[in-house]
Design a protein around this ligand. Sequence first.
Ligand code: ATP
Ligand code: MN
Ligand code: MN
Length: 308
Amino acid sequence: RETSIDARAEPELPKRTVILTHADRIYWPDEGVTKEGLADYYTDVWTYMAPFVVQRPLALLRCPDGISGQHFFQKHAWKGLNESIVLIHDPKDEDDTPLISIDDLDGLLGLVQAGSLELHPWGVTVADWEHPETIIMDLDPGPNVPWERVIEAAEETRDRMRSAGLEAFVKTSGGKGLHVVSPLKPTAEWPAVKAFTKSIADQMAADSPERYVSTITKSKRQGKILIDYLRNQRGSTAVAPYSTRARPGAAVSMPLTWDELSPAIGPAYFTVNNTPTRLAALRSDPWEDFRAAAAPLEKAKSKKSGVR
Ligand code: ATP
Ligand code: MN
Ligand code: MN
């Protein structure tokens, strides 16, 4: 084996210094994914994932005994957190309990050490808590919705975002649906962003009432897709790109190109186990233009004629 250092070789892996305890604890029994396997997965995806999770308030779904044990959805920091995790303060939180953020791979591995099986960021960065820089339209199919209909819903959401002046990207949820995500220049405040996403969802439901609903109360309707815009309000979260899901299958929320959307790729198609193969086969990051495509909501509003 060659031992000389070759500058043209694979880029160096990011620094990884967090020590895992009980590294062989099994988190997903059916897939045989351990705590260490989870840390390895996040090390592999880190360069793709980092832009969506660093310096953002993060909620965690913690399952210290794996997916078959208890699940805790946790928004606040607690005593004994790994020192790689950065405590932050919501400027509007009166009791001022710290929230959680990370700056680097070590921070993410600190969350793995704490048994975090899902990461759910807010749509803001800690530099500016009042102006979202990400919109997420969460497409939730009710019972008996064929997957083709969910794909069409994502494409229609994308088209409506585009006619409103925003670019749109798609990812699997790792659960049952798809997420259409738009980058924003952080200029509009939460209420305006929520109102904009509600107008898109309401219009889709009004134009295709046989396909779409925009209110949770109607969301259990057979054969319909809930256009869940309520991820877009202050304090709401949605699962991060590349986050694992604490569900059987060890699925992950996987960013796709629009071309990749097809009946062959279901919502939980990509997993901890097959993602390394996917990344090795990729010619470029499917969301590489995400941040560069950000536009201000003001522009979206002035172009709304095609949407309303
Ligand atoms: P699916 O495709 O199965 O719908 P999803 O991630 O979109 O997967 P939803 O149920 O549509 O799941 O969205 C729930 C969202 O609500 C989560 O993404 C999470 O950020 C947020 N959330 C708020 N409170 C909780 C909680 N107690 N447990 C889990 N998620 C919570
Ligand atoms: Mn959903
Ligand atoms: Mn939802």
